[in-house]
Design a protein around this ligand. Structure first.
Ligand code: NAD
Length: 298
């Protein structure tokens, strides 16, 4: 298939590479020259701009930071037409960014008017999952649209869920990330408490991993440096899932909770803790660096 892939960040770059490895013809683009150079060196075919990338594409995939980027890309901004006007009718557009469900629905409506299929398909599984092709996709769209996307999603992920109509993938994603944000803080707090009492963080992490406190952070993404290899905490919290991206997701969860009058006290507290961590200058570090706000300094 001819695929245009827009957004070659920590997630998008490896996802695009997996599609190319599976034999698809990928035309990729990112606004950042650093990202373009990195993935050109890794073997991706980089287009001159997004408009060029989507020409002749049968499928367009985007993996951008937040709602405003997705809305501006597809619908345009003052003085700049949106990419939807460049995409042929009949094309399938898959947006895997984590954004507001309302933005997915807005873009889907405009796409539908142009005869373009648009689905939201945010992911979970981190950069490790993006590289290994084992992501979980949470899809919002019709059965027929999901059936079109499924063979491609299978090249990038191991679990594909149909959450409901367009926007439902985003709602599932913010519920998941609210839980993840809370679990990362809880895990950090528990390890920091043990270490403050002289426990070895590796031994304590293993005890909790195999006990009733076990969770994804202990399993695959330990926040304490040196406990696990190849996770952001052992690489100075570089790469991974940025604190500011987690802050964005917790903000989306709180906006949604306000709209539906849901009580999410821990989600609200977690948002504030990541906001304070970001304000202290750590917004670009992986979100597991929140442990630094909870540990004793020597
Ligand atoms: P990132 O910041 O590493 O990458 C985003 C890329 O998009 C950047 O390279 C940026 O230059 C590019 N970009 C922005 N606007 C653009 C435009 N108009 N045209 C082309 N390129 C543009 O972010 P990421 O970690 O790859 O995350 C992407 C999305 O996936 C976010 O919504 C995030 O919340 C979500 N997500 C991330 C992870 C993770 O572990 N990193 C996991 C699950 C979901």
């Amino acid at each position: 298939m001819r695929i245009a892939f827009i957004g070659l960040g920590n997630m998008g770059g490896p996802m695009a590479l997996n599609l190319q490895k599976a034999g698809h013809s990928v035309a990729a683009y990112d606004l950042s020259p650093t990202a373009r150079d990195k993935f050109a060196a890794a073997g991706l075919n980089i287009a001159a701009d997004a408009q060029t990338a989507v020409q002749k594409a049968e499928v367009v995939i985007s993996m951008l930071p937040a709602s405003q980027h997705v809305q501006a890309l597809y619908l345009g901004k003052p003085g700049q037409p949106g990419l939807l006007s460049q995409i042929a009718a009949g094309t399938l557009v898959i947006d895997s960014s984590t954004i507001a469900a309302a933005t997915s629905q807005l873009v889907a409506q405009a796409a539908d008017a142009a005869g373009i299929d648009f689905i939201d398909a945010p992911v979970s599984g981190g950069t490790g999952g993006a590289i290994a092709g084992t992501l979980t996709f949470m899809v919002g769209g019709s059965d027929a649209q999901l059936a079109r996307a499924q063979p491609l999603l299978e090249k990038m992920g191991a679990n594909i869920f149909h959450a409901g109509a367009v926007g439902a993938g985003q709602t599932a994603k913010i519920c998941n990330n609210m839980l993840l944000g809370i679990l990362m803080i809880g895990t950090s707090e528990a390890i920091a408490l043990g270490v403050a009492n002289g426990l070895d963080p590796k031994v304590l992490s293993e005890i909790m991993r195999r006990s009733s406190g076990g969770n994804w952070a202990l399993e695959k993404y330990n926040p304490w440096p040196g406990v696990q290899d190849s996770v952001p905490s052992s690489k100075g919290y570089a790469g991974g899932f940025g604190t500011d991206l987690m802050l964005k997701d917790l903000g989306l969860a709180q906006e949604n909770a306000t709209a539906v009058k849901a009580a999410t006290p821990l989600g609200g507290m977690a948002r504030s803790l990541y906001a304070m961590h970001s304000m202290a200058g750590h917004g670009a570090l992986d979100f597991s660096s929140v442990v630094q706000s909870l540990q004793k300094r020597s």
